[in-house]
Ligand binder design. Structure first.
Ligand code: 4NP
Length: 139
């Protein structure tokens, strides 16, 4: 799960996906394309919205996406088209590029960082539905 800062959207996606797949043998992780917040916990508003839905994301720590992630993971889900370009720029082979897709096909999860709490709840709802669909598509 990839966004820009790895403190708002992708930590939610990471927490939600993990919460929903407890019974499947899938490793979930998240990262940001930028390094601004590396080492920081998720934004307090993301932590609060997750907590309000029974999901604890407080122990996550932001990290930056690296080219090694193309080797480590089978699927790389990005939140918006800017994340998509930033990730694709690091890919050196078609096999890696083909792993990258918008978490929600043809739709961006809007960056909630500069807005109010409502934006975080909206992100939560969008990401939750998308994760359910993705998980149903896994074996
Ligand atoms: P995220 O949100 O990409 O969903 O983690 C953002 C977090 C921080 C910044 C921008 C977006 N920032 O500019 O610091």
């Amino acid at each position: 799960m990839v966004c820009l800062g790895n403190i708002c959207r992708s930590p939610l996606a990471h927490g939600i996906f993990e919460h929903l797949i407890s019974h499947k043998n899938i490793v979930v992780d998240s990262a940001g394309t930028a390094a601004y917040h590396v080492g920081n916990p998720p934004d307090p508003r993301s932590q609060e919205v997750a907590q309000s839905h029974g999901i604890d994301i407080s122990t996550q720590k932001a990290r930056q996406f690296t080219a090694q992630d193309f080797e480590r993971y089978d699927h790389i889900f990005v939140m918006d088209r800017s994340n998509y370009s930033n990730v694709i720029r690091l890919a050196t082979q078609e096999q890696h590029r083909s792993k990258v897709e918008l978490l929600i096909p043809d739709t961006e999860v809007p960056d909630p960082y500069y807005g109010g709490f409502d934006g975080f709840e909206k992100c939560y709802q969008m990401i939750f539905k998308a994760c359910q669909k993705r998980i149903n598509a896994f074996p």
